[in-house]
Design a protein around this ligand. Sequence first.
Ligand code: SF4
Length: 217
Amino acid sequence: MLTISPAGALRELKRLYRPPQSFLHWRTPLDLLIATVLSARCTDAQVNRVTPILFDRCRTARDYGNLPRSELERIIHSCGTFRSKARYIHGLCKKLAEEYRGTVPRTLEELTALPGVGRKTACIVLYAAFGKNEGIAVDTHVFRVARRLGLSRGKTPERVERDLMALFPRKEWGRINALFISHGRAVCTAQRRKCEQCAFKQKCSSSLVLKKKDLGK
Ligand code: SF4
């Protein structure tokens, strides 16, 4: 049984944080799609260091296609798993150029059919670039915070997403990702959660103040 009401948690998180729609820097939907692919197993800060160089070289899907694979790998090297990310970027840009005249499609089905684009990436792009709430992108912060607060006991991101979608109104789905990330970075951190400073310390299922176990793992 929940001890924290989802509506109350959302109200409090909105009061505490004013996050952007995306923590990644971008100007066009294509920029955002590429940056989100690069952010897999990499910090947003590192992606934001790399993308100005990349976006300066490539403004369209065809530009990415024309960039030699070795050059693309060199630019994105510091984002990790750079060979597979370069392969995905070339593959998805080829498909965008051939099937969508270089534009980024606006449905979950079309986006997730692109190479290297999973549900999480698609949800981030749909919300931040097009204002569409199609799901809740569950990254490591969202997963941890949702479980610690007792909003989900799901053992996989997919299960946690389903639980959160059932608890929160659809119009909030996109924003939940940024709010939970903000809390996960500022207070409910992975290694040393700062429960004494937390607005949820008296109700949270993992509160150190209440001597609870960490349910976020
Ligand atoms: S009380 Fe502790 S575990 Fe719960 S949300 Fe706050 S920081 Fe995280």
